[in-house]
Design a protein around this ligand. Structure first.
Ligand code: SDX
Length: 391
């Protein structure tokens, strides 16, 4: 848009950060990636095509997409010393801690971080992160299982390469499962960007200091880890299992939420921006039934989630607070059906969100007018006073 600079960069000292990447209308439940409604993107695109759209602003030509895919495949191998980094970790390490540490370490392995405004270095970091984050994630998963790491198989698509790294073993050939591939592709697309959420704002704030892209995104991964943000998808599964295992039932649990019992929240519900149904949650819920049926999985946690949603959406407490299911409410049930352990759910969120983080970091740093971020403060402390003479 002319005269509408998206590059006031970072945290401008006015009410809002300007960006041209994603638009959300929380009241209407609208989400658009570079102007395209999320429903149409999820129905027609692939993870890498959507990543290109978010990062470069327009849909790629067939040649551009093929070359993007090819460059990413060529960078899937991790530096052998980075593979050894995992040997130092305990098998109990949470994969999100592993992810933020390993991504931060990428800047020690590659020389492409000396000039954060250099377009060539920015391009190289973009490709390296998209190629290597899924591999790092799969190695964190394998480490927790005590299983041997596989090497990437570049004859496979982006999503199938990732699935093979997680579920393939050294003992037998990996068979691509199109149901898994299609379901994961769609879920990753739904997570690719969400304007100024906590983790993206973190990436922008760190990036606005001219820290390199790897370090900025490592900080974003740490922000996403929290249960109020990306960690909610893992917390939802725990909540549903607690309702099942405690025998308390949905109605009793909802009462405990309404009584604001310590630490009892309806995880996967509520949103700072959406005061209507999160359009992504609607799409995930639609595919939950389809994916579980196609995988031949019957999960009573899905039945509990559906009952929980029905009870909450007819209860004045939630209606008056405009609390609806968000993107995290149903995703964990599908990830679990795919075979991922709950501790990997937020890692899958991070892989999905990576293109958005990259797009926002680039939106700031490809223009030399980057202003360092400095969120405003409202001082509410003591007025000026003198030091006590007797102290
Ligand atoms: C994500 O920002 C993004 O875009 C994030 C995200 C993305 O794509 O990047 O969409 C991904 O993080 C989704 C949100 C995942 N988190 C959860 O599901 C955790 C559970 N949700 C809540 O913690 C909460 O809803 C937040 C953190 C998501 C939003 O909090 P807000 O907007 O600050 O809302 P609030 O805390 O001011 O709550 C308003 C009222 C309060 O009640 P009262 O004090 O008015 O009596 O609603 C209540 C809250 O107690 N409330 C909830 C609730 N969420 C809010 N009560 C029970 N369960 C909940 N989940």
């Amino acid at each position: 848009q002319t005269g509408y600079s998206t590059l006031d960069t970072g945290f401008v000292n006015t009410a809002a950060t300007k960006s041209a990447i994603t638009y959300i209308d929380g009241d209407q439940g609208i989400l658009r990636y570079r102007g395209y409604p999320i429903e149409q993107v999820a129905a027609n695109s692939t993870f890498l095509e959507t990543a290109w759209l978010l990062i470069y602003g327009e849909l790629p030509t067939a040649d551009e997409l093929a070359s993007f895919d090819e460059r990413i495949r060529r960078h899937t191998l991790l530096h052998e010393d980075l593979r050894r980094f995992f040997d130092a970790l305990p098998a109990t390490a949470h994969p999100m801690s592993v992810l933020s540490s390993a991504v931060g370490a990428l800047s020690t392995f590659y020389e492409d971080t000396t000039d954060v405004h250099d377009p060539e270095q920015i391009e190289l970091q973009t490709i390296r992160l998209l190629a290597k984050l899924p591999v790092i994630a799969a190695y964190a998963h394998k480490k927790s299982l005590g299983q041997a790491f596989l090497y990437p198989d570049n004859s496979l698509s982006f999503v199938d390469n990732f699935l093979k790294l997680n579920f393939g073993t050294m003992a037998e050939p990996y068979v691509v499962n199109p149901v898994l591939s299609k379901a994961l592709e769609r879920l990753l697309i739904l997570h690719e960007d969400h304007e100024q959420n906590a983790s993206t704002s973190t990436v922008r704030l760190v990036g606005s200091t001219e820290a390199n892209m790897y370090s900025s995104i490592s900080a974003g991964i740490s922000a996403l880890y929290g249960p109020l943000h990306g960690g909610a998808n893992e917390a939802v599964l725990k909540m549903l299992a607690d309702i099942r295992d405690s025998g308390q039932g949905v109605a009793r649990f909802v009462e405990r939420v309404k009584n604001k019992e310590e630490g009892v929240k309806l995880m996967g519900f509520g949103h700072r921006v959406y005061k209507n149904y999160d359009p992504r949650a609607k799409l995930v819920k639609e595919s939950a039934d389809e994916v579980l049926a196609a995988l031949g999985v019957k999960d009573e946690l899905l039945d509990i989630a559906l009952e929980l949603e029905q009870v909450a959406l007819s209860d004045e407490y939630f209606i008056s607070r405009r609390l609806y299911p968000n993107v995290d409410f149903y995703t964990g049930i599908i990830y679990k059906a795919m075979g991922f352990p709950p501790r990997m759910f937020t890692v899958l969120f991070a892989i999905g969100r990576l293109p958005g983080w990259i797009a926002h970091w680039r939106e700031m740093n490809l223009d030399k007018a980057t202003k360092i971020g400095r969120p405003q403060q409202l001082y509410v402390g003591s007025p000026a006073r003198d030091w006590p003479t007797d102290h």
